[in-house]
Design a protein around this ligand. Structure first.
Ligand code: HAM
Length: 414
């Protein structure tokens, strides 16, 4: 038997309602904030991500699904949306036609990671991006959108971690100091951190290695290096969050794994997820437009992992109820009545009801049993007696009540 590729999952009919539910709430909340949906291709030229996400990130270094297509071009299955979205926005110039561009998305993404609970090679994200405002209010709008979404799906016991990476100048100063500190402790750092230290020192702060963590404890923190502009921006974000009563924890070591961030970065964590406790994250990216060949444009956004959201909902017993597949099950005495079943079903569907009937020529008893098994609330019976009187028997499956309704007037009686 051919199995699905490791780290990928079929979304089978028994869980599809969870997915449509997530997507429906994502759409509803995004639209309430004035965001329009955007869909971009699943694959892009590799340089969209190598330039956008950053050559020295784990994503670009180790996790991309890249291949040469038949024309010899290097193509990559999108590992995240922000770079693709910015590419699309630059290409279509929509950001030059309107003052603020607000976009949301839901779709599959691909990263070659070691699969485990909450970590897949094909996973899904809901995200949003707010383009063209350099001001703290847009950072807060994005955070507010993400927390409003959490509330709408019933997740409230999460932690919002927040930090500022400052502007380019502040970050450059901090980077130099951090490298200096790490160099003096180089021999005690893990092999991986020794390599990272020179290429992408901020990522060392993310190390899970015990010994590294000891060293990181005493490392300089970025918040001490923020200049006035960066500090004012961060303080304004925090003050607006306070005003909105959005609880947060400042974590001066939160750096996030993508290179495009500046100023605000944030992450949403939930304890039910274990090692992969982060279910969402985002931040400001003021130089990404430039890096991808567009006009310098400030922007901020977030993304959440749909699989992780569903794991949380399962752990707190807040998954939506599974919907039954139809409102009506039409039971017929035998195949001679099938033509009436087609007619009745069509009438029901024409008034927006969901109707099914047997296609295996089973006995009435078996059909009734199936309707019960499928939790279908109403059964319509067509047999001799009914046809003789030009009526149907409508049975309410929850209380067993039966009524006769005229064949020609079903829709009026439903
Ligand atoms: P990210 O932190 O790389 O950020 O991913 C966001 C979320 O996607 C994670 O918190 C997690 O829930 C989910 N996720 C990531 N990788 C996997 C995986 N292998 N399996 C399952 N879920 C996963 C971004 O992607 C940025 N583009 C967010 C952003 C938008 N920043 C600004 N705008």
């Amino acid at each position: 038997m051919i199995q699905a590729v490791r780290g990928t999952k079929d979304i089978l009919p028994d869980t599809i309602d969870n997915w449509t539910y997530l997507e429906q709430i994502a759409r509803q909340i995004s639209e309430q904030f004035g965001y329009k949906e955007i869909r971009t291709p699943i694959f892009e030229k590799t340089e969209v991500f190598s330039r956008g996400v950053g050559e020295q990130t784990d994503i670009v270094n180790k996790e991309m699904y890249s291949f040469l297509d038949r024309g010899g071009e290097s193509i990559t299955l999108r590992p995240e949306m922000t770079a693709s979205l910015v590419r699309a926005v630059i290409q279509s110039s929509i950001y030059q036609q309107q003052s603020i561009t607000r976009l949301w998305y839901f779709g599959p993404f691909f990263r070659y990671e070691r699969p485990q609970k909450g970590r897949l090679r094909q996973f899904h994200q809901y995200g949003a991006e707010c383009i063209s405002s350099p001001y703290p209010e847009s950072d807060v709008e994005i955070i507010h959108l993400s927390t409003t979404f959490c509330k709408a799906i019933g997740i409230d016991d999460y932690t919002l971690l927040i930090n500022s990476l400052g502007n380019d100048a502040a970050r450059a100063k901090y980077r130099a100091e951090l490298i200096e500190y790490l160099r003096t402790n180089k021999d005690r750092l893990s092999k991986e951190s020794q390599v990272r230290m020179e290429l992408n020192p901020l990522r060392v702060l993310d190390s899970k290695d015990e010994q590294d963590r000891e060293i990181i404890k005493n490392a300089p923190v970025i918040l001490d290096y923020l200049d006035e502009e960066s500090r004012e921006h961060f303080e304004a974000v925090l003050s607006l969050l306070d005003h909105l009563k959005i609880k947060y924890e400042i974590n001066p070591r939160l750096v996030r794994g993508l290179d495009y961030y500046s100023h605000t970065v944030f992450e949403l964590q939930h304890s039910s997820l274990g090692a992969q406790d982060s279910f969402g994250g985002g931040g400001r990216y003021n130089s990404l437009f430039n890096q991808l060949g567009g006009k310098e444009t400030p922007a901020v956004g977030f993304a959440m992992g749909a699989e992780r959201l569903l794991l949380i909902l399962e752990s707190i017993a807040k998954l939506p109820q599974v919907k039954e597949i139809a409102d009506y099950y039409i039971v017929t005495a035998d195949e001679n009545y099938t033509k009436y079943a087609f007619e009745v079903a069509e009438k029901l569907r024409s008034i927006g009801k969901r109707a099914i009937f047997d296609l295996q020529r089973r006995s009435m008893k078996a059909q009734m049993r199936e309707a019960g098994k499928l939790n279908i609330p109403f059964v319509l019976i067509i047999a001799d007696e009914e046809l003789k009187n030009s009526t149907l028997t409508l049975k309410n499956m929850s209380n067993g009540e039966q009524t006769q309704i005229p064949f020609e007037k079903i829709t009026e009686h439903i």
